[in-house]
Design a protein. Structure first.
Length: 135
């Protein structure tokens, strides 16, 4: 089996998916409408600025977080941007499903490794008295 060939087939299947086409169409819709394009660009720049600030060790203030949330609320009203966000979410979900399918088959744990035991629920030895019930 040629892994590269299968990877190419998977990429083609993804490129032919409804989720991918919806996302590309939504991006085109935003790019065709200048106001939506500018609003989205401004939001992404603000988002990037805050991410860089956080990566630089500076905390994001509640005011900055609130400002970004308000900006998100404003741009989400735009139907082209809202459709893009929804389409990107659907495509991301598809990609997570693909990743989960690959991960479930590619179990990379050693067979000799002990699996961590899940915490067990302990049942109390004493009964709780509930009024109106026979003991």
């Amino acid at each position: 089996m040629d892994v590269q060939k299968k990877a190419q087939e998977l990429a083609e299947a993804i490129a032919n998916s409804g989720e991918y086409h919806r996302m590309i169409t939504a991006r085109d819709g935003v790019n065709k409408h200048q106001a939506a394009k500018v609003m989205l660009r401004d939001f992404q720049e603000k988002q990037l600025q805050l991410q860089q600030q956080q990566m630089g060790g500076e905390e994001i203030t509640p005011d900055q977080e609130e400002q970004l949330q308000r900006l998100f609320g404003v741009i989400s009203v735009n139907p082209y941007i809202r459709e893009l966000f929804e389409a990107e979410f659907a495509f991301s979900s598809l990609m997570m499903q693909v990743n989960d399918a690959l991960s479930s088959v590619l179990d990379l744990k050693e067979e000799d490794e002990e699996l961590e035991e899940e915490p067990k629920l302990e049942i109390p030895k004493k009964k709780i008295l509930i009024p109106g019930q026979d003991v």
